[in-house]
Design a protein around this ligand. Sequence first.
Ligand SMILES: [Zn+2]
Length: 241
Amino acid sequence: MRDIVENLVALQGIDSAARNDKNERDGLQKKIQRLKELLVVAGKGLDEKREKLAEASRWYREKDSELKADQEKVNRAKSKLQAVTKNKEYMAMQKEIELLRKANTNKEEEILKLLNVMEEFKIAIAAEQEKISSLEADVNAEDEHNATRIGELDARIDARGAERDAIAGKLAPDLVTRYKRIQSARDGVAIVPVRNQACSGCNFSVPPQQILRLQKLETMETCRNCSRILYWDPKVETAAE
Ligand SMILES: [Zn+2]
């Protein structure tokens, strides 16, 4: 029984360490994935803004050529005005020129406003691009750093596999099956020491008769509450007191 318990404890030690390594590896992978997703979203937002700016530029060019055409109209009307001799006709044409000029001034102001907005927008886009580039550099650096760490963790996980199989091979297959079943039901921990006369897995008390049986190492004892396999380790018991 002593050997069985020792092997189970050793197996649990390896499994817990492997579990920690796997959690660390998965955490690193998830984090980098989240960052990459964030970059994609930011990039899409930037593309949308660029598209809006391109749209505004198109509108600006349209308005600008309209304005030029209107100015041309004013110029033509002015030269025609010089040839007009009748007073009534002259007055009417002058009025028309004045209206055209006013309309052009309004259009000019509108275009100027648009140019200002576009300028601000360009600055905002450049700032955002810079932010995204710096984030991208951070993500790439972290990705590289993570790849090294993930490689180390994977190597350790692999190495433990062989060690684990060697120990599991010394135990009866049905015991290994039972151990695995408890592990999957109890957060990866199948065997725990008694601490303060209680199961250190769930803190449920262990009766004195059971502690005696554990100390004698004659039978396999389990926690009445969480069904984890229990073992007695005087160092754990005294360390807790
Ligand atoms: Zn328990």
